[in-house]
Design a protein around this ligand. Structure first.
Ligand code: PMV
Length: 338
């Protein structure tokens, strides 16, 4: 490894949502996601050695400018795992990071950036220790540390479909790291995700606040049971190419996430009038055309429109002609599964 290297890591969009955790970033239920291809973080690492300054001396730039808030977040994370990385104490690290997607675009930048960071520190460790892990073990390890930095980031380490959280359906699944789910039917290959930007002034609930609100949510236990059931069903649907079940679960998951936020104390309504218009239009279009489009939503007002690649042309004409009218400044982003 050279003293300078670069990591690119993508964001992901959850199909079965992670919302609620136990100590040390352990999820209350398994989650499933598509890894995106065009929405990624590029992180440059420059390594020097020092005798005394160590990780606290880390310098950090985001999109070309020093960013103290992110720098402190990264130092806090690195210090929290420093017992596992003995080289941190004599490392002089400069990190510079940029995203391929705009801020507040309804794309989880914490997933792409924290997975890039975890991949980076695991790569530096390989260099210092001389222990080269197999690709699978390396990914597992990076996913483990990505999870500690930001839960859903652990799913970004794998292409296509990732599963995080123990499920009896997958023997090697774990609460501590994600795994790849490789058995997907060709209809789900390169599944498209058009992100319809209802509002860029996202009043998103921070994930930290959102997860902790689940501790007192009256529907929490029922929700966790539902998510476990959805995980098993969606994995079977992905494997067998069952679009109907896929659509049903993905939309239920999105609306359940928002129902949980609405029923928390304090309660949050993050959907905006145009989010609801788009939901209605998507369902109406699906019914009228029999084109298998569906929506998912994260903790914000923006709508992720999901559709198979074989209908992309028709769907994208519809977005350009009609749906963009319900987006802030007509903006949307076209992405797809890796
Ligand atoms: O990874 P966190 O702590 O930012 O939580 C992610 C929460 C959701 O994006 C709403 C759902 C998910 O599984 O990605």
């Amino acid at each position: 490894m050279k003293n300078n290297f670069q990591i690119q890591s993508p964001s992901n969009i959850a199909l079965v949502k992670y919302w609620g955790k136990r100590s040390e970033q352990i999820p209350q239920n398994p989650s499933v996601s598509f890894t995106l291809s065009k929405s990624f973080t590029t992180m440059d690492f420059e390594i020097g050695q020092t005798n005394h300054l160590g990780i606290k001396n880390l310098t950090f730039e985001f999109e070309g400018k020093a960013n103290e808030k992110f720098r402190i977040k990264i130092i806090d994370f690195l210090q929290s795992v420093s017992q596992d990385f003995s080289f941190f104490g004599h490392l002089n690290l400069h990190i510079s990071s940029k995203n391929s997607f705009p801020h507040s675009a309804g794309i989880a930048s914490s997933a792409s950036s924290m997975s890039a960071l975890a991949l980076g520190i695991c790569q530096i460790e390989e260099y210092f220790s001389g222990n080269k892990l197999s690709e699978t073990d390396f990914q597992k390890k990076a996913s483990f540390y990505a999870r500690l930095a930001s839960g859903s980031a652990c799913r970004s380490v794998f292409p296509k479909v990732s599963v995080w959280g123990k499920t009896p359906f997958l023997a090697d699944s774990s609460d501590e790291y994600a795994i790849a789910f490789p058995e997907i039917d060709p209809i789900f290959e390169q599944f498209h995700d058009a992100i319809l930007l209802v509002s860029k002034q996202e009043k998103a609930v921070s994930s930290r606040a959102g997860h902790s609100l689940m501790n007192n949510n009256p529907f929490a236990e029922v929700r966790y049971a539902q998510a476990k059931n959805h995980t098993e069903k969606i994995l079977i649907a992905l494997k067998t190419g069952n679009l109907e079940t896929f659509i049903e679960i993905v939309e239920q998951e999105a609306l359940t996430l928002h129902a949980l936020m609405m029923s928390s104390k304090p309660s949050f309504v993050l959907l905006q009038p145009n989010s609801l218009v788009l939901i209605e239009k998507i369902r109406d279009f699906r019914e009228k055309t029999a084109i298998p489009v569906c929506f998912t939503i994260d903790a914000g007002p923006n709508i992720h429109l999901l559709y198979p690649k074989n209908v992309a042309e028709k769907v994208e004409i519809w977005i350009a002609e009609e749906l963009h009218l319900f987006c802030e400044n007509g903006q949307y982003l076209l992405d797809k599964m890796q």
